[in-house]
Each structure stands twice: as C-alpha cells, then as structure tokens.
Design a protein around this ligand. Sequence first.
Ligand SMILES: [Zn+2]
Length: 97
Amino acid sequence: MIMNFDNPQWDDFLDRLYGPEGCNFQYDADGKPTWVCKAGNDKTYATLILQDMGLSKEEIIKSCEFFDENGGHCDCEIIWNVARHNPNCFDNETSNE
Ligand SMILES: [Zn+2]
C-alpha cells in the first residue's frame, strides 16, 4: 500500500529515513542537527527504503506524490515537513522553551 499516515509502517519508514540508511540525522556539539540530503526533488533514500519495504513502483510514485503534497520534496523534508502533518502523531512536537 501507499506510504502515508494510514500505513501501519509509517513510523518504521520515518525511523529508517531518519537513521543511517537515510538522512542520518545527528546532532553536533552545539546541538545543531546535521543530515544528508541531495535536496531539490531528490527522494533517493525514501525510494530505496520503500523498495526495501516491498512497495511496488506504482505505490512508490503515489507515495512520493503524497510527500510532495505535504511539503516533502526531498528526503529531509519528508522528516521536517510531512511528519509534522500527521494528525495521529502530535507527540513529536517540541515546545519552544
Ligand atoms: Zn532535503
């Protein structure tokens, strides 16, 4: 099935995209996040992970359309933008202290 908020594997997908096989998010000594992304409209990591999760070519194209519609035009934007639109997952929001 298409990878979107209704997919039971959504959280797994985000975890993998966040981790070393994807954008490899890390925090430097100043607490600033660093990550790997080719930017633009590049969804190389997301595509590879979705392929590995067994999605068909068609499903991956549809998933990428869903990411684009929610502001995820490249791999890191799927984490920055798409994830926070998830109505089922508000516990990821950080407060501005
Ligand atoms: Zn990016």
